[in-house]
Design a protein around this ligand. Structure first.
Ligand SMILES: [Zn+2]
Length: 134
């Protein structure tokens, strides 16, 4: 079984547990780390909408809680479309990824599209940006 197949299966499993009573839009995510571990997340909505979290954020939290700090690949899945991570999640992914880290977008059946992180977020925010002497 390839890494991407495992990622898709794990993301789909997490998607089944999504808490999305307001949008009805269930999303799953799975992260592969360089050590070969996989961490999953799903979206968790809230009656106070901004309190909700995306699937990618959940997967990143699980990765960090386990002591891992590097995303080798990440996959995001939704029912029947090629879902791209939102801008907020791209920045969260970038914190723990390299510009060429693979971002897979999948539906229930397969990976529909794969991007390098830099294609989706060519100019991420770095800490150095806050100390730039302009
Ligand atoms: Zn997001």
């Amino acid at each position: 079984m390839t890494n991407s197949t495992q990622l898709l299966q794990q993301a789909l499993s997490a998607q089944l547990n999504a808490y999305a009573p307001y949008s009805g839009f269930a999303v799953g995510a799975a992260i592969l780390t360089p050590s070969g571990k996989i961490f999953c997340g799903c979206n968790v909505e809230n009656a106070s909408y901004p309190c909700g979290t995306c699937a990618e954020a959940g997967a990143i939290s699980a990765m960090i809680a386990d002591g891992e700090r590097q995303i080798a690949e990440i996959l995001v899945c939704a029912d029947d479309e090629c879902l791209l991570p939102c801008g907020n999640c791209l920045q969260k992914i970038a914190e723990f990824a390299l510009p060429d880290t693979l971002v897979h977008c999948a539906n229930l059946d397969k990976i529909v599209q794969t991007y390098r992180l830099t294609e989706l977020l060519p100019h991420r925010f770095y800490l150095e940006n806050t100390t730039d002497d302009r």
